[in-house]
Design a protein around this ligand. Structure first.
Ligand code: HPA
Ligand code: ZN
Length: 320
């Protein structure tokens, strides 16, 4: 019996595939700074997180209308369904779009249109998480959250992403306190490139319910104990970690050690269009390079359902 998977760490803008970049550029009459699609594809070689973020933000220029965001989100659901995903919680970056002159209302309209029909169209229950750009001024995050609250956006949580090193969670303590007071779930990227200290801060200062990535927790045994004791899930992204050079190869990825330590690990695709694939590709890579067993896969899948913000009824249905 194959247990369905919940994908909990995926940036919808990171599911923008090269073909779709070209289609949307044509639809919106945008000149791309690439010779052709192969020239674009040749740029998907990254040395670290920032080198990826530069291309990720540049390519968002093709996303202009609610329809663009709806199409993008539906394309992800279609591919995720084929990957065995039954529940998806994905990030979007409001600040990146508003800064380009795309109103938050258009972004939300498109994304929520796809979310509202995902169960019927793709048998995927879904929810969106607005992610704060941690390398932008705190004021921008405050304004984004205020606008989300004003629009009564039907999102489930607030996250923290973008360039990690030098931008600690502590900067955003007040923004996340407000989000929690509004009843939003709270998660944060921490310990991808940044130190274990940022994971402590995400837990203690932001009240993070899940840590996105968190692989550098392994450098701090007391932190590992805390994560185990408090059953804080980690949304690990193996292919992403290799493509952004957090680890040299998948065979060196510490995912198995993390499971053995008793951490609640889940497997996710992060930015599937940029990092070599979707959740199924991540599992296939782990099976091939790490010898991931069927029972380990089962544990990871069950972890993902339990770690999700789905209703208890939906979780029970998926765990059956
Ligand atoms: N890390 C931080 N920020 C991001 C990522 C990531 O992997 N993907 C998109 N924004
Ligand atoms: Zn991420």
């Amino acid at each position: 019996m194959v247990v369905p998977v919940a994908e909990l760490h995926m940036h919808i803008e990171g599911s923008l595939e090269p073909e779709q970049i070209y289609q949307l550029a044509e639809r919106n009459r945008i000149d791309l700074p690439y010779r052709d699609i192969d020239d674009l594809r040749s740029r998907y070689e990254f040395t670290d997180l920032q080198s990826f973020l530069d291309l990720y933000f540049a390519n968002m220029a093709v996303l202009r209308t609610a329809e663009d965001f709806a199409d993008l989100t539906r394309a992800y659901f279609r591919r995720a369904a084929a990957a065995g995903v039954a529940h998806a919680e994905f990030f979007f970056n409001p600040q990146a779009h508003v800064a380009r002159g795309v109103p938050l209302s258009a972004v939300l309209e498109g994304i929520m249109d796809a979310v509202s029909t995902s169960e019927r169209e793709f048998s995927i229950s879904s929810a969106a998480i607005a992610a704060v750009l941690r390398d932008q001024p705190v004021r921008g995050a405050e304004e984004m959250l205020a606008e989300i609250i004003r629009l009564q956006a039907p999102i489930v949580g607030l996250g923290l992403d973008s360039a990690e090193v030098g931008n600690p969670p502590s900067l955003f303590e007040d923004v996340f306190a407000r989000a929690r007071a509004e009843g939003l779930h709270v998660v944060a990227h921490a310990g991808e490139e940044g130190p274990p200290e940022y994971i402590w801060q995400a837990l203690d200062l932001l009240g993070a319910e899940r840590i996105d990535h968190g692989v550098r927790a392994l450098e701090d045994p007391a932190l590992v104990q805390r994560l185990v004791d408090e059953e804080i899930p980690l949304t690990v992204c193996p292919l992403s970690n290799v493509r952004l050079r957090v680890f040299d190869t998948l065979s060196e990825h510490p995912l198995r050690s993390m499971l053995e330590l008793g951490l609640i690990v889940t497997v996710n695709s992060d930015d599937p269009a940029y990092f070599g694939g979707y959740v199924d590709d991540n599992f296939a890579g782990l099976e091939k390079e790490l010898g991931l067993t069927e029972s380990e896969r089962d544990v990871l899948a069950r972890n993902s359902i339990k770690a999700s913000f789905a209703s208890s009824a939906r979780k029970a249905e998926l765990l059956r």
